[in-house]
Design a protein around this ligand. Structure first.
Ligand code: ATP
Ligand code: MG
Length: 647
């Protein structure tokens, strides 16, 4: 696997603004002289007062500051300084027959100012938390930027979450204002947003909300609570289309965002204004090598950090044109992505392995029916990408000629930390490759000792970062102790990512999965991602999830859940083949003790497999599943338990 190197495609190499030698030199400079490096970068943003101080941080005790004496406004950087006639957002509706929308930077600025004025009129002050519960429509971006304009702190809650999840986040963020819409549309169905907000407010006593601003989207009928609820389309015409941006200190909060909840109760991660925005801007322009006029499509929802950084703050601060998509990859058919790329001539496409695996199930046919020749660059984020999915993406979508940037990062990191640069870095399927400027990753053992890697050797361990970067989260909202405990206490003075990783003989980084998910079979440590990739390599397997269970002899055994491709039935012969595949790809030690074929896997709303649930089921412990509020389809759990009991 390690030696499977794909050189930088010729066209990307010829056009690149950063060569491998330049990357290496700049990377070395960013570590050797961080102040000098960041001083050169601050000019990417428009400051009301330029910062003179760069990084000022400690991780023991935890206190992180970047550009602290700088003053700026994030919405002004995303709107006022862009060309008003340039297109900011091309919106594609859930329904392929519905008209798309094109919104210029000038229009986005005017709407943002109007909504900012509406928020002020409703009583929102600088520093107040505003909860945004919206479908994927341009007004979601307007809402975020309107908050930023007046210095309010947005907390976007994914538009598919339940009333309980909204209530919990409202309470945790001590938020008294909500921006929502009547309804959303996803996969041909309507999603009752306003009604879900009402339910959250009625059922949960601890929640106090002063005002709800409601965007009319579908026109569906909703109940409006007098005094509390306000229609956006009624307020909008009366409001001025200018609004002076609040002067914000670089360290004033910009937003709170809850993590996906893959490993436990979601954390309300807090990002501040200057460092976050600079990191989003720099990583966007560098990792996607964005050229003015290109159309960039990030398929994430704005409810996740990927949407925050690579639909809103990164691209808009760079004056880019983004495609915003209301729908899902598999509706009306699994060709939807390819149809949209063809329709709008997307140049840069950034999606998640889970989405790719979902559409790969139907084979090479659907993408083959669409003209994908506008594409110049592909990206992936969210999980380790199985080499099988990478190869399909590369061969079928990229026609073997496009770079793929596999970007490793987290809600807490604000933007990408490890990724290839498309015109510089030779790729290896499944590896996020090399660290971004200013990022110093390291591997530690269980005691926190940094593992040195001898030239030409491999090392694996727990992934930490040794120094702060501007996009780093500053705290967990209202719980700095949890922030310290979660990230800086396991290995004192180091940022612990929670992920395991391997650095190969070329220095490339491979994320092997969550540290909690490492399996120890008879003393052999294996990442779940590697066993899963071996299973997915079989032609009939769509997805795999692997967990450990207690085993009398081996210490831990391997329990593998698999879903099969469209039209494939399970059989003993198939299970035998799957075992053989793992033996061939990794070795006998990795062959699963149990293979459980299931119609579905438990996933978070952001598409990540919740392995902690699978662990419980493998252990025959069906009682305490923990926080499952971020699960996309809770009924999957029932089916899994039933499958387990019938074994
Ligand atoms: P929680 O922190 O609540 O458990 P989460 O970690 O799933 O949820 P996110 O911040 O959305 O929440 O996800 C970050 C994690 O996603 C990373 O720690 C890593 O495990 C995984 N990840 C993201 N991108 C990649 C990638 N390119 N390769 C491998 N893993 C990735
Ligand atoms: Mg996490």
């Amino acid at each position: 696997m390690t030696d499977n190197i794909f050189p930088v495609p010729a066209a990307a190499a010829a056009a690149t603004r950063t060569t491998m030698a330049q990357y290496r030199e700049r990377y070395a400079q960013s570590l050797a002289d961080p102040d000098g490096f960041w001083r050169e970068q601050v000019g990417r943003l428009d400051w009301l007062r330029a910062p003179t101080r760069m990084g000022d941080w400690s991780w023991d005790p935890v206190r992180i500051r970047w550009f602290e004496d700088g003053v700026l406004n994030a919405s002004a950087n995303c709107l006022d300084r862009q060309h008003p006639a340039a297109i900011a957002i091309i919106w594609e509706a859930d329904d392929p027959a519905a008209a798309s929308r094109r919104i210029s930077y000038g229009e986005l600025l005017a709407d943002t100012c109007r909504m900012a004025n509406a928020l002020v009129a409703l009583g929102v002050d600088k520093g107040d938390r505003v909860t945004i519960y919206m479908p994927m429509i341009p007004e979601a971006v307007v809402a975020m930027l309107a908050c930023a304009r007046i210095g309010a702190v947005h907390s976007v809650v994914f538009g598919g979450f339940s009333a309980e999840a909204i209530a919990g986040r409202l309470q945790d963020a001590d938020s008294h204002f909500i921006i929502t819409a009547d309804e959303g549309r996803r996969a041909g169905k309507t999603v009752p947003l306003k009604a879900t907000v009402d339910e959250a407010l009625e059922k949960h006593e601890g929640v106090r909300v002063e005002a709800v601003l409601v965007v009319r989207h579908t026109g569906g009928k909703v109940a409006m609570h007098p005094e509390r609820d306000h229609w956006w389309h009624e307020l909008k015409p009366q409001l001025p289309e200018t609004c002076t941006p609040q002067a914000m200190s670089a360290e004033d909060p910009l937003f709170i965002l809850y993590t996906s909840g893959s490993t436990g109760k979601p954390k309300g991660v807090l990002h501040t204004t200057g460092g976050y925005l600079l990191w989003a801007n720099l990583t966007f322009e560098t990792v996607f090598d964005y050229r003015p006029g290109e159309l960039f499509w990030c398929t994430a929802d704005v409810g996740w950090v990927t949407g925050h950084s690579y639909i809103v703050y990164g691209p808009l601060s760079a004056g880019a044109t983004v495609l915003m998509f209301e729908g899902v990859p598999s509706w009306p058919t699994t060709a939807r992505f390819w149809q949209v790329i063809e329709k709008h001539k997307v140049e840069i496409f950034y999606t998640a392995p889970t989405a790719l695996r979902a559409v790969m199930r139907d084979g090479d046919g659907p993408p083959g029916e669409h003209d994908l020749s506008s594409l110049r660059l592909l990206g992936t984020v969210g999980e380790p990408i199985n080499p099988e999915a990478w190869n399909w993406y590369h061969r079928v979508i990229g026609k073997g000629a496009l770079p793929i940037v596999d970007t490793w990062w987290q809600t807490e990191t604000g933007g990408t930390l490890i990724s290839p640069l498309p015109g510089a870095t030779p790729m290896k399927p499944g590896s996020a490759t090399l660290p971004f400027y200013g990022i110093e990753p390291a591997l530690v053992d269980a005691e926190g000792i940094v593992l040195d890697r001898a030239e030409g050797e491999e090392t694996s361990g727990n992934l930490v970062v040794l120094r702060s970067w501007p996009g780093q989260a500053r705290t967990v909202f209202g719980d700095h102790e949890r922030f310290t405990q979660t990230y800086f206490t396991t290995y004192r003075g180091k940022y612990f990512t929670g992920d395991g990783a391997r650095q190969d003989k070329d220095g490339y980084w491979w994320i092997t999965g969550r540290v909690d998910d490492v399996i120890n079979v008879s003393g052999h440590r294996m990442g779940t991602a590697e066993v899963e990739s071996a299973l997915v390599a079989h032609k009939d397997v769509a997805e795999a999830a692997v967990v450990a269970f207690p085993h009398d002899i081996k210490g831990q055994g391997i329990y593998a859940y698999v879903t099969l491709n469209a039209g494939i039935e399970t059989s003993d012969a198939l299970l035998t083949e799957l075992r053989a595949t793992v033996r061939h790809e990794i070795g006998g030690i990795a062959v699963p003790d149990h293979l459980h074929v299931t119609p579905g896997l438990p996933k978070t709303r952001s598409g990540k497999i919740m392995r902690r649930i699978l662990r419980k089921i493998a252990e025959n412990d069906f009682a305490a599943m923990g926080d499952i509020s971020t699960l996309a389809d809770p009924s999957v759990v029932e089916a899994l338990i039933e499958g387990r009991l019938n074994r």
